[in-house]
Design a protein around this ligand. Structure first.
Ligand SMILES: [Zn+2]
Length: 331
């Protein structure tokens, strides 16, 4: 199989975790961000997680520098453009880019301006490359609930014009779901689709609760549904797609090795899975490499790849017109 030329769909990709090292160097210099060195290897080390990383919390520290450089409209637009450009070059046909607007307000940008800048970057890349993109607004479980309402209100204006969904991200606690029932209900009533990071680091029950209480239509990761039978059955029966990112799970030590990752086992058991990078830079991986690893590790044949590709199109939060176009790209 010619993996680099296979069409790909990416539903789970964080903008701030996917910046080009060269771009971070250039922007850090321009924004007068003090680093001990601006050498490529040094900066790459600041951005890429090390093998010694022990947890998701440690992994999340790699987002500090990216977020420092993403405090202007121009830089946000550029980051989004470059992400789509990189993805298009590996034949990604559709990508949902997620980021938390609240993290980009340090120099005074309004939430609307932040969202609009990222959309502008996506739109520009859509003109230059054969790729489509949409935005998922991430909200941080580590921050005050009020920012979720602010982010939802700011994103509302762009619904159907680049923004499609709300996501809950960051460190995952047991039973976190109950705190977010009202805010996610608010988002859903306004027309946002819902995806939630859950079952990433140990709590399968969080997946079941995210579906039942938050109306999650997709789950970020969902690795741990195997330790909660009800969550497993619910995901399977409702056809909820798991946005799976194996390399990231290995980085955070949620899974020990690629062979032990449940993605293929789930797929064989009729659970809907999709393959993504999570963070291209932090996890030092692109979607071609993820695809290669999946195909090689589990001996995935082209028909199985097609099934996952079609799952991903069906689970995408884009409009029907885009879905029709994507259906024409099935390998
Ligand atoms: Zn994620």
């Amino acid at each position: 199989m010619d993996i680099s030329n296979l069409p790909k769909i990416e539903l789970h990709c964080h903008l701030d975790g996917s910046l080009r090292v060269e771009t971070v160097i250039e922007l850090a210099k321009r924004e007068n961000i003090k680093l001990d060195s601006y050498e490529y290897d040094y900066v790459k080390n600041l951005l890429v997680v090390s093998e010694k990383c022990n947890s998701l919390d440690e992994y999340l520290k790699k987002f500090d520098l990216p977020n420092e450089v993403l405090q202007t409209k121009e830089n946000l637009k550029r980051a989004a453009y470059e992400l789509l450009e990189d993805a298009a070059k590996e034949n990604v046909k559709y990508i949902e880019v997620r980021f938390a607007p609240v993290l980009h307000t340090k120099k005074g940008l309004a939430l609307e301006e932040i969202i609009e800048s990222v959309i502008n970057g996506i739109k520009e890349a859509e003109k230059d490359y054969e790729i489509k993109g949409n935005v998922i607004i991430s909200c941080m479980r580590s921050l005050e609930i009020s920012h979720i309402y602010d982010s939802i209100k700011a994103g509302k204006k762009y619904l159907g014009r680049g923004v499609v969904a709300i996501d809950l991200a960051a460190s995952e606690k047991e039973d976190f779901v109950y705190e977010y029932i009202d805010s996610m209900k608010f988002a859903k009533e306004l027309g946002f689709r819902i995806t939630v990071h859950a079952g990433e680091t140990g709590f399968g029950k969080n997946v079941r609760d995210a579906i039942n209480f938050l109306g999650a239509e997709r789950i970020g990761h969902g690795v741990y549904i195997y330790n909660d039978k009800d969550a497993y059955n619910l995901v399977k029966e409702m056809g909820v797609t798991l946005e799976m990112c194996p390399k990231s799970n290995i980085d955070t030590k949620a899974v020990k090795t690629y062979v032990e990752h449940p993605i293929y086992k789930y797929h064989k058991d009729d659970i809907k899975v999709s393959l993504s990078t999570d963070n291209r830079t932090v996890s030092n991986v692109n979607l071609t490499e993820e695809t290669e690893k999946l195909i090689e590790t589990f001996n995935v044949n082209i028909d199985e790849y097609k099934e996952i590709y079609i799952n991903s199109i069906n689970a995408a939060f884009c409009d029907d017109e885009t879905k029709k176009l994507l259906m024409k790209t099935i390998p």
